[in-house]
Design a protein around this ligand. Structure first.
Ligand SMILES: [Zn+2]
Length: 248
């Protein structure tokens, strides 16, 4: 899972989405809101088309789903599900790019909250996924990150459970392949006295299809080889990589 930087919508479309939300709220108060119908109608209009294009731009060159990073992002996904939380259905901050498998098959209307009513799902536009997730290079699966006391991060555990990030074979094998390339480049740099940060960084960017560099350079992976070897062999290169991948 990749950290995503949310862009601003153009002013005109942002204003129109706010109006859509105001109108939806009024219908909700009058008990006449049909969420599906309202969304279907609005989805044909320019503000949501611009929102979709903006989400595609935020998702990077490959335009992948913001949850799994694997399949093509095909539609607007509501982080807070629109049927349960219609007051957020047109809120720009609630809109992500999702694939059918994540949005429909796995997440659906599931949206676990903690005792303080805060989401127990990672929002990649607000959270750093690698504070909550861990990666296993052997299996290619994601799991919850454990804290120093040995407790799994609740948000990581629920995200893995809801999105089935430990039960999707194609996803795991994609992670394994990407990590193999990443690991090779880092090992080679760690073993070479003439290693060059710029070359390493551009090579890593090219092979990081799933945002695993976040795990390598700021997540639990920093203490695993070959990352630990790079850090001790070339501290300056390590620091440049950490900086380069702080938003990966
Ligand atoms: Zn997905």
């Amino acid at each position: 899972m990749r950290k995503i930087c949310r862009k601003a919508l153009p002013k005109a479309e942002a204003g129109k989405l706010r109006t859509e939300q105001t109108n939806a709220n009024a219908k909700l108060a009058g008990k006449t809101l049909d969420v599906q119908k309202e969304w279907k109608r609005a989805r044909q209009n320019k503000p949501l088309k611009v929102a979709f294009d903006t989400l595609l731009g935020m998702a990077g060159n490959r335009e992948r789903c913001m949850y799994c990073g694997d399949s093509q992002g095909t539609d607007i996904e509501h982080f807070w599900p629109k049927n349960t939380y219609p007051k957020k259905m047109f809120r720009w901050n609630n809109l992500l790019l999702g694939c059918t498998a994540c949005g429909r098959d796995h997440k659906g209307t599931r949206f676990p909250l903690d005792a303080g009513k805060k989401p127990l799902l990672i929002d990649p536009t607000k959270d750093d996924p690698w504070l909550f997730l861990d990666f296993d290079p052997m299996t290619g699966n994601f799991s919850a990150r454990y804290d120093a006391l040995g407790n799994p991060a609740p948000k990581g555990a629920k995200t893995v459970e809801v999105l089935a990030l430990d039960r999707r074979e194609a996803l795991a094998s994609g992670h394994q392949k990407a990590y193999k390339h990443i690991s090779k480049l880092i090992s080679e740099a760690a073993a070479t006295s003439t290693a060059d940060a710029t070359t390493l960084i551009s090579g890593l960017k090219e092979v990081d299809e799933y945002g695993i560099l976040g795990w390598c350079f700021r997540g639990a992976g920093i203490n695993e080889p070959p990352m630990s070897s790079l850090r001790s062999a070339h501290p300056a290169i390590w620091a440049k990589c950490v900086k380069a991948f702080k938003n990966s």
